[in-house]
Design a protein around this ligand. Structure first.
Ligand SMILES: C[S@@+](CC[C@H](N)C(=O)[O-])C[C@H]1O[C@@H](n2cnc3c(N)ncnc32)[C@H](O)[C@@H]1O
Ligand code: SF4
Length: 359
């Protein structure tokens, strides 16, 4: 397998948070071992893995027992960047040590917020102290590269709550911070229960976003992608691969791969995934043939999320030059020598600006 980026999906969660629409399952502890076997079998079918970056995400990969997770990581440990997503309440000194010994170079912890009432609204198991304890354990075991995931736009979140979260995150001094706007996906329990409050607070969101960006930049973080901040030299190399339009392979139930113009989506049903791999067959999947222009559009939309200028080689035909000139005059876009980037102001309005520059 010659692909540079590998994503490994572990769907198990102790509880399904109301806002989440990732491919997850609760319970099913009895199939954890079979699932790791299936992942290893799927990797085997793709040939010996030698990617530069691996991201083990979920779900909750850290819910797997230490011996199972170690068995999986044993096949992935050659990567220059090996990230494992962990829920704070699952981090123990033994697990942190096992992760370090297994070649994990980066841990992503889902904090979401440090405010008890917001954690409750989000149905999180961790309390503020749980995240602090997880960071302490990981640092004590020598993990040099931590990401914390946060969210803004949580129903009931005031300006003071946001300020308190900013202070709490900075106190932990992570190398990387992902700070997402909460998306209440239609049809989720969350959208039904909190729809009215989400609509009421929608206007405050731009202000919250600007507050987060100003505070993290002020503390020395680089705002290198719409929702991502890092200390110099600590970008997520794996996620950069996605944003730069590189090919990637995804294994596991519901995982997506993009290889050239082929997009393959493993189906999200756990039982049929396990049965297929146990029988030596490939994961059940839907395959989509992309056109060069669809792939180009994706590269443009993802590339403009970054702070670095995007080279328009092969993409110029997809850009509406007249719209671009208008946006440049309005101070939202910069074009220089065959490259294009959004200005700071443009980045706050990224969805609208990007939609306007596409032909
Ligand atoms: C794959 S998810 C879950 C990782 C881990 N199980 C956890 O809950 O911490 C990775 C991150 O996506 C973000 N996320 C999940 N659902 C979201 C939503 N509806 N809107 C915005 N961000 C979301 C959360 O910050 C979460 O930590
Ligand atoms: S947010 Fe994380 S813990 Fe909650 S259901 Fe989604 S993947 Fe599982």
């Amino acid at each position: 397998m010659s692909v540079r980026h590998l994503y490994v999906h572990v769907p198990f969660c102790a509880h399904r948070c109301g806002y989440c629409d990732f491919v997850t399952v609760t319970g099913h502890d009895e199939v954890h071992a079979a699932y790791v076997d299936a992942l290893l079998a799927e990797l085997e079918l793709h040939g010996p893995p030698a990617p530069e970056t691996v991201y083990v995400g979920g779900g909750t990969p850290s819910l797997l027992a230490d011996d199972l997770l170690a068995r999986l990581l044993g096949k992935l440990s050659g990567a220059a960047e090996l990230t494992v997503e962990c829920n704070p309440e699952t981090v123990t000194p033994e697990k942190a040590r096992m992760l370090r010994r297994s070649g994990v170079t980066r841990i992503s912890l889902g904090a979401q917020s440090f405010r008890p009432h917001l954690l409750e609204t989000l149905e999180r198991r961790a309390r503020p102290g749980t995240v602090a304890r997880a960071v302490e354990i990981l640092r004590a075991e020598g993990h040099p590269n931590l990401n914390l995931d946060l969210m803004f736009g949580v129903p009931g979140q005031s300006r003071d709550d946001l300020q308190a979260d900013i202070e709490a995150v900075l106190a932990h001094a992570p190398e990387h911070i992902s700070w997402y706007e909460l998306e209440a996906k239609p049809g989720t329990r969350f959208a039904v229960h909190h729809g009215a409050e989400l609509a009421r607070q929608a206007e405050a969101l731009e202000d919250h976003y600007e507050t987060v960006v100003a505070a993290l930049r002020g503390a020395g973080y680089r705002w290198y992608e719409t929702a991502n901040f890092c200390r110099p030299g600590h970008e997520s190399r794996h996620n950069l691969g996605y944003w730069l339009g590189h090919d990637y392979l995804g294994v596991g139930v519901g995982a997506v791969s993009t290889l050239g113009l082929v997009r393959r989506r493993n189906r999200p049903r756990l039982r049929s995934y396990l049965d297929a791999l146990a029988a030596g067959a490939p994961a059940p999947a839907d395959v989509e043939q992309l056109t060069a222009s669809e792939r180009g559009l994706e590269r443009l939309m993802l590339g403009l999320r970054l702070d670095r200028p995007l080279h328009l080689n092969g993409l110029a035909a997809l850009v509406d030059d007249a719209a671009c000139d208008r946006l440049a005059a309005a101070g939202l876009v910069r074009r220089e020598g065959g490259t294009m980037a959004l200005t700071d102001r443009g980045r706050f309005l990224a969805n609208d600006v990007v939609a306007s520059v596409l032909r």
